[in-house]
Design a protein around this ligand. Structure first.
Ligand code: PEP
Ligand code: MN
Length: 335
């Protein structure tokens, strides 16, 4: 249930209402916007009489919401959430960002070289996997802690915030200096991990599961938010369908739907969605045109020799072309 308070509501009366609601065993999540204050009531609201609350002079309106996610719900938080990804790099509410870098950190020269070139082409956040979720246990598993150290070095040199994937809650301490923690598609419903990440204050880059519905993605965001961390970025990275021409099927309609249903920023990853380098540019353009708040692209200095996901990686030069085109699309579709 959502309670919208009047702009000039008497503070004492507001406090009395809050006390009364808390006595009914519901928790109040307050969202104070520039023009409206919205309370999201979490718990069993079935016995609360909406007419009674609606009749109070301090209340503008009351709505029962049917979606099972509250904190991620736009009804509860009408304004777009803007998240600082580190060093003042913001996403959401009209701030668009490029996340770029290799699938995996493979060495010092590789990650620093790529970081410098993607930065020069307009990327503001460096991505790179240190802990890699691979289908085969015999495939390269990532440089792990050493990979994290190299990412931190690239951050020091370029000043770019970094995003990298976590696979297990027991690793959280290792991510202390990481700016944004990625939860990969395969862990989208690792609820214990989500709960632990909810106790941190880091932005969480949450990728849609391989066969997850939009509502399931939002429920996973809710797990993080219900544990105290509101800084969640949603990522559409393609879903598994019967189609085999691409690695996954990019569900672009998820972007406007997510933005309608939620206030959280939405990023599109055309690299994992298509699995094919030449499709990354057109899909990135489409993502920008349909309202994404950012794009994540895999970039490698030598895609043919990449230890992971080479066929979908762009060279730094190809990435530079994409950023230029995307900028044009963003200004063309701006209202
Ligand atoms: C990645 O971003 O490198 C990755 C493994 O992506 P996903 O979890 O979307 O497969
Ligand atoms: Mn990858």
């Amino acid at each position: 249930m959502i309670v919208i308070l009047k702009n000039d509501a008497d503070k004492q009366k507001v406090e009395i209402l809050a006390q009364w609601l808390q006595n009914q065993q519901v928790e109040i999540h307050k969202s104070v916007g520039e023009y409206t204050t919205v309370w999201g009531l979490v718990g069993d609201t079935s016995r609360i009489d909406t007419d009674l609350i609606e009749g109070l002079e301090i209340v503008e309106g009351v709505r029962r919401i049917s979606e099972p996610y509250k904190q991620a719900n736009r009804k509860f938080h009408p304004d777009d959430t803007v998240i600082d990804l580190g060093g003042g790099v913001k996403i959401g509410g009209g701030n668009f960002q490029f996340f770029a870098g290799p699938c995996s950190v493979e060495g010092e020269e590789q990650i620093i070289g790529i970081a410098e070139s993607v930065k020069a082409s307009g990327a503001n956040v460096l991505r790179g996997g240190a802990f890699k979720p691979r289908t085969s246990p015999y495939a390269f598993q990532g440089m792990r802690e050493d990979g994290l150290k190299l990412l931190l070095e690239a951050k020091k040199i370029t000043g770019m915030p970094i995003v990298t994937e976590i696979m297990d809650a027991s690793h959280i301490d290792l991510f202390e200096d990481v700016d944004v923690i990625q939860v990969g598609a395969r862990n989208m419903q690792n609820f214990e991990l989500l709960k632990e990440l909810g106790k941190t204050d880091k932005p969480i880059f949450l990728k849609r599961g391989l066969s997850a519905t939009i509502q399931e993605l939002l429920m996973s965001a809710e797990y993080i938010m219900a544990n105290g961390n509101n800084k969640v970025i949603l990522c559409e990275r393609g879903i598994r369908t019967f189609e085999t021409a691409t690695r996954n099927t990019l569900d672009l309609s998820a972007v406007p739907i997510l933005k309608e249903k939620s206030h959280l920023p939405v990023v599109v990853d055309p690299s994992h969605a298509s699995g094919i380098a030449r499709l990354v540019k057109p899909m990135a353009y489409a993502a920008a045109a349909c309202g994404a708040d950012g794009i994540m692209i895999e970039v490698h200095n030598d895609p043919a020799k990449a230890l992971c996901d080479g066929p979908q990686a762009l060279t730094p030069e190809q990435f530079a072309e994409v950023t230029k085109g995307v900028e044009k699309i963003i200004s063309a579709v701006k209202e």
